[in-house]
Design a protein around this ligand. Structure first.
Ligand code: NAD
Ligand code: IPM
Ligand code: MN
Length: 347
């Protein structure tokens, strides 16, 4: 029997609840479909940091390298560990070390979910650059704590990095409705974003079947609210993609629905699957986190592993659940009730 080894990193806060929910769904579909998932759980989190002084062991990346995929809940507990420590100690190094340069985030309404917009029929695929740009980590502070203090945070855009994410966007658009929106702020940022626009233009001649339009990030934020149905694939830098995908989550009914896949397209290292949302400290002990974003991410994981039928089954079960009105209103149904309904839809 085909067996996939999965590294499970529940992380902090609601990360634990939503990964447990997704794992129960994965166990159900795998046993039905005749493949096996061997899960190995890692306790890496802010709690782990407080106990050991590190978010993961020094050989954490090497440990993860041997897995077929990683399923992660959420990282961060800012009341006890600064985000700049926790995220740079676990989540961001995994994305970089495993060259998971394509962060895929789908935004559409599941049936029965009432989003905040009038538009219902939108289907947007955000492709976020995931390894460089504004998240390069390059910079520093001088004259700290004085009136002359200066903080510098340098964005790094390489030709290799920009070209590969744009190419990924063009390919996705080609496989969908043939429309690509490329996002910059080249009216204000005259080096990196002008460069991004130039590479977009260069590549467009290789994809005559794709209609590519460049938008400024501010205009795109408005368009996602005013005319989301006009969009197909949206490709953006690390920070712009981060912001647009919380906006995408909002228009699809909330962060509890927004899934995400951190893909290494070359398959030279494992890819990682996680919801868009964080550890949600405000609801962490209430048992009301919506697990659908993580269950959807788990479906993306199976699709990536080649188990396409099982992935389709999970999406159908999610859709049946929301169509019955379960999990559609944030906070109304408990995590366990939503998970049980998804499992029942799979029976
Ligand atoms: P958040 O995404 O955790 O929460 C934002 C809001 O959305 C909160 O009101 C929360 O209750 C709600 N929410 C989030 N997920 C939900 C779900 N599944 N069901 C119902 N409601 C949900 O963002 P934040 O509060 O800015 O961040 C909290 C911590 O998580 C911080 O440490 C942050 O850095 C971290 N974070 C981690 C990730 C990640 O691991 N990928 C992503 C985002 C934020
Ligand atoms: C996300 C998160 C992370 C990001 C944070 C927690 C570093 O917001 O996955 O969207 O900005 O990438
Ligand atoms: Mn984010």
């Amino acid at each position: 029997m085909q067996t996939y080894s999965i590294a499970l990193i529940p992380g902090d806060g609601i990360g634990r609840d939503v990964t447990a929910a997704a794992w129960s769904v994965l166990e159900k579909v795998s046993s039905d479909a005749g493949f096996a998932l061997k899960g190995t759980e890692f306790p890496w989190s802010c709690k782990f940091y407080k106990e050991t002084g590190a978010m993961m062991p020094a050989d954490g990346i090497e440990t993860l390298r041997g897995f077929d995929a990683i399923l992660l809940g959420a990282v961060g507990w800012p009341a006890e560990v600064p985000d700049s420590v926790s995220l740079h100690g676990l989540l961001l190094p995994i994305r970089k070390a495993f060259v998971q340069y394509a962060n895929i985030r789908p935004h559409r309404l599941l049936p029965g979910v009432q989003g905040p917009l009038k538009a219902e029929a939108f289907d947007i695929l955000c492709i976020r650059e995931n390894t460089e740009g504004e998240y390069s980590g390059a910079g520093g502070r001088v004259h700290q704590g004085t009136a002359d203090e200066v903080a510098v945070e340098t964005s790094i855009f390489t030709r290799k990095g920009v070209e590969r994410i744009l190419r990924f966007g063009f390919e996705q658009a080609r496989a969908r409705r043939g429309k690509l929106a490329s996002i910059t702020k080249s009216n204000a940022q005259k080096y990196s974003m002008v460069f991004w626009d130039e590479v977009t233009k260069e590549l467009s001649s290789e994809y005559p079947d794709v209609t590519v339009t460049s938008y400024h990030i501010d205009a795109m934020a408005a368009r996602m609210v005013m005319a989301p149905e006009s969009l197909d694939v949206v490709v953006a830098s690390n920070l712009f993609g981060d912001i647009l995908t919380d906006l995408g989550a909002a228009i699809q009914g909330g962060l509890g629905f927004a899934a995400s896949a951190n893909i290494n397209p070359d398959r030279s290292a494992p890819s990682m699957f996680e919801p868009v949302h964080g550890s949600a400290p405000d609801i962490a002990h209430l048992g009301i986190a919506n697990p659908m974003a993580t269950i959807w991410s788990a479906a993306m994981m199976l699709d990536h592993l080649g188990e396409k039928d099982a992935a389709v089954r999970i999406m159908a079960a999610l859709e049946q659940t929301t169509a019955r009105g379960i999990g559609t209103v944030p906070g109304k149904d408990k995590t366990d009730v939503i998970t049980a309904a998804v499992l029942a839809a799979l029976s």
